[in-house]
Design a protein around this ligand. Structure first.
Ligand code: ATP
Ligand code: MG
Length: 196
């Protein structure tokens, strides 16, 4: 029997437009294909698991948990996502690399992507200058300031992280450009990936 993979992981640096592209693609999927897509967030899944286990009461306590518990929670979140994807198409909105004071933290370690077993890893990219202006123009969020050249390096590192997910899981890796004012175009590429 051929295995069926229902999960598309959508990554990209903060402010590139992942959530905007995902929400538009979900609307297109409903309108054009009559398909419901479940959107999940790895961090939210982890928080729910840690809360049920009595490890935390709020989200900020998460990053202060012993790393062994954090890793175990990450793995369980991956398994939970895999379980939910048995019923239909799922998008996971997440980051492959998180910038810390001590370099990049891996958002999708091996034991998490192995549990999720994605069909495709989508990397949303945009021009670095545009990402800087999207971040400063987004009044709904408080975002860290980052120089344009650091945004560029972060995007290059995300390509490497995306390819490593493909290497571990056999998922395809698709780069989708989120051009200024053209969210619909990027969303339609994401919808194509979901329908494949
Ligand atoms: P995070 O990783 O921090 O959640 P994100 O990648 O999900 O970020 P969004 O919140 O979707 O980013 O978008 C950031 C800002 O950029 C929002 O104000 C959004 O309206 C704007 N934006 C997204 N895509 C485009 C686009 N193609 N053209 C212009 N503005 C855009
Ligand atoms: Mg987002």
């Amino acid at each position: 029997m051929t295995e069926s993979r229902n999960v598309v992981i959508v990554t990209g640096i903060p402010g590139v437009g992942k959530t905007t592209v995902i929400n538009t693609a979900v609307e297109q999927m409903k309108k054009e294909h009559g398909e419901d897509v479940l959107v999940l967030n790895l961090g939210t899944e982890m928080f729910e698991i840690a809360t049920k286990a009595g490890h935390v009461k709020n989200r900020d306590e998460m990053r202060r948990l012993p790393t062994a518990i954090q890793r175990e929670t990450q793995r369980k979140a991956g398994e939970e996502i895999a379980k939910k994807s048995k019923k239909g198409k799922v998008i996971v909105d997440t980051h492959t690399l998180i910038q810390t004071n001590n370099g990049f933290l891996i958002g999708l370690p091996e034991w998490v992507v192995t549990a999720i077993n994605p069909k495709t890893l989508v990397l949303v990219e945009a021009e670095s200058e545009k990402i800087a202006s999207r971040r400063s123009g987004d009044e709904t969020r408080t975002r860290d300031e980052q120089a344009v050249k650091d945004i560029q390096i972060h995007q290059e590192m995300c390509r490497a992280a995306a390819v490593s997910v493909g290497t571990i899981t056999g998922a395809t890796v698709r780069i989708i450009k989120n051009r200024e004012g053209l969210v619909e175009e990027a969303a339609s590429e994401l919808a194509d990936t979901l329908m494949e």
